[in-house]
Design a protein around this ligand. Structure first.
Ligand SMILES: NC(=O)c1ccc[n+]([C@@H]2O[C@H](COP(=O)([O-])OP(=O)(O)OC[C@H]3O[C@@H](n4cnc5c(N)ncnc54)[C@H](OP(=O)(O)O)[C@@H]3O)[C@@H](O)[C@H]2O)c1
Length: 253
């Protein structure tokens, strides 16, 4: 056997083993949500990660829909959106006090938290989400819509073959490990209505308003895509809708 064959077999074993380690049972709320607990007349949303690609879309679309928006950001100058219904709050998800201060008076939280610390162990998603959940309970905020991703839990492999055998084990092993911790934290949470939204590869294209969602979206072979604008559209639709509460639907074209 040549050196290259040994490397290839070693890589395949690592990639398959790593993906298997990401598998979890589908997160499902232990609590039965009363059917009327949807958005109703709630009007105030807190958007975490508002300066990011999806977060910015969430802010713009939530304002278009008439919501009172609080954008939680590390650098307010980066947001560059001005609107009478927008309040910008400076904070860091790793700082519980700042999260709780922004949480006061909110009706729901939309999280598009993400980061670029790909190549070393990180707990930003899980620790940040722990602080969000704790503050939601303290301030009695009932609903969390959190952007996650395909490729973890019961959606392992659904990012397509190139991701499963290359990008996930090479670039995202620490990131997705923390993603699993984040999903587990949210999924084991009792007392909050949550929806974990799992997109495939994100693009910056315009909103189409037409996409598929559910538990069987994504593809085990071909990579799928969706724009951040359409992910934001779907996340906002979950404020009004109880159909996916306590579950983790995928969303893609
Ligand atoms: N990229 C993809 O193809 C893809 C595919 C599937 C799922 N996803 C997931 O989708 C989510 C959104 O992705 P995206 O590319 O739209 O987001 P993004 O542009 O990476 O933005 C992430 C946001 O999180 C904020 N953030 C990071 N650390 C923070 C902290 N400690 N406290 C407060 N805010 C913090 C960032 O703030 P700053 O602006 O200050 O940095 C930024 O606003 C991420 O969770 C990502 O993993 C991405």
């Amino acid at each position: 056997m040549t050196c290259w064959q040994i490397i290839l077999i070693g890589w395949l074993c690592y990639a398959i083993g790593y993906n298997l380690a990401l598998i979890r049972k589908p997160p499902r709320s232990k609590k039965i949500t009363p059917p009327s607990r949807g958005w109703g007349n709630r009007t105030s949303v807190l958007i975490i990660g508002a300066t990011g690609g999806t977060g910015r879309q969430l802010v713009e679309q939530a304002l278009e829909q008439g919501h009172q928006v609080t954008a939680f950001v590390r650098k307010p100058a980066k947001l560059k959106i001005d609107h009478p219904k927008l309040r910008v709050v400076k904070g860091d998800v790793l700082d519980y006090t700042s999260v709780e201060a922004a949480m006061q008076g909110q009706s729901a939280v939309l999280s598009a938290l993400g980061h670029k610390r790909f190549f070393w162990p990180t707990k930003i998603l899980s620790r940040g989400t722990g602080n969000i959940l704790r503050a939601m309970k303290a301030c009695r905020v009932p609903r969390l819509i959190c952007e996650s991703s395909l490729g973890v839990g019961n959606a392992v492999g659904r990012l397509g073959l190139p991701a499963t055998f290359f990008f996930v084990p090479l670039i995202l092993p620490f990131y997705l490990w923390d993603r699993v911790r984040q999903e587990t934290l949210i999924g084991s949470n009792i007392g909050i209505d949550w929806v974990l939204v799992r997109p495939p590869v994100l693009t910056n294209r315009a909103r189409q308003g037409k996409y598929r969602h559910g538990f069987n979206v994504g593809n085990y072979i071909w990579p799928r895509r969706i724009s951040r604008a359409d992910v934001a559209d779907f996340m906002l639709s979950q404020l009004n809708d109880d159909a996916y509460v306590g579950t983790a639907p995928g969303v893609c074209y």
